[in-house]
Design a protein around this ligand. Sequence first.
Ligand code: ARG
Length: 460
Amino acid sequence: MKLWGGRFQKNTDKKVDDFNSSIRFDKRMYKQDIRGSIAHAKMLGKQNIIPQEDADKIVAELKNILADIEAGKVEFLIDAEDIHMNIEKILTDRIGDAGKKLHTGRSRNDQVALDIRMYLMDETEEIREMLLHTLRTLLELAKEHTETIMPGYTHLQKAQPVTFAHHLMAYFQMFKRDLERLDDCRKRTDSMPLGSGALAATTYPLDREYVAEDLGFSSVTQNSLDAVSDRDFVIELASCLSMIMMHLSRFSEELILWSSNEFSFVEMDDAFSTGSSIMPQKKNPDVAELIRGKTGRVYGHLMGLLTTMKGIPLAYNKDMQEDKEPIFDCIDTVKLCLPVFCDMIATMTVNRDNMLKGSKGGFTNATDVADYLVKKGLPFREAHAVVGRMVAQALNENKSLDEFTLDEFKEFSESIEDDIYDAISMQTCVNDRKIIGGPAKETVEKAIQAAQDYLKTAER
Ligand code: ARG
């Protein structure tokens, strides 16, 4: 008979057992479920809601059950529906009547809300560590490349030269925000729902604050209806994880492009590439492609979760059991992608010569020629027009701007002198952009220093 079977005349249909059961995916919350039950039992004893010796028995046996699960000695039953009732059933089978008192003043509705909050907070910590590792990886790479000049793009057209370090540090900023977002999301998850009961709290004098403190929560939820039907924190985490994937995917896309023969800016290590079953010459950036591809499933889960929640009247409805697989898959996917991404970028070969060569084509110093003319006294709009004509002629003659002779330059403007060549070299173009946020070597070195200081405050 089911734990809730008292009012029923028939057993559930076998198909309904399978359909209704969530044990195959919610069993991963066994640790959180047991931790929550231990705290609840301790509190029931302390409040004299159940005899202290029963509470002690429950706590002791729950610890045994935890050890047995970790040793692989426990078999969960589809019939017992979910992780909550499986563990309660095992407990009762083992210690009898005392076990039957555990669920006093509690409902599975507030129990599952507690478990999923704890589970997500635990996982958030692990992902946070992985993000810190990603930030460190980017930083180490950036340190090596403050002088590695590469073209910066807009519209995927060459625009102005930057450095590879500057490009990497752009991603540092993105993943730093991702980490801050995770911390922020965790704050809203960090509220203890037990005591909300099925929906209308309970008549027992539960000590909610005691349970919260025991479990390491910083607050208790403030409305029983909200506490059992809120899954905002699940959706918020899915959104944070989507953002992480979006950033990973953009960088992956760039690495895929840069690995192509047309760019040849980077080459993935053999250990992070795959070949073709038919074309012997092929070396493909599959890892980056898979990260880009997996981004789709995480976005999909975010939309799925929003849709699942959108029409649910208060309070708990079984629809909400559908929150687990999507958020678990978001977590698994991000945890799969971050470490492999880090190792992939740490081991790739950066082709400095090709990056520099690439930065020279496409008139990436045209703005700097205009700025040169401005320094010689021309209004910027006029300078822009002059350089426009230079570019047109250089295109005709199939050369770059620095290949004009001084005489040729002077035909465009008398104020151009011999110092033009240094003023429009790639190095000058980059290193004169030293204002805060710019690509100059000295500025990026400061950004790296600031990033290192930030990491010290973010590590825990
Ligand atoms: N397995 C359920 C879930 O994941 C637990 C709560 C079930 N409560 C209920 N009254 N059916 O949401």
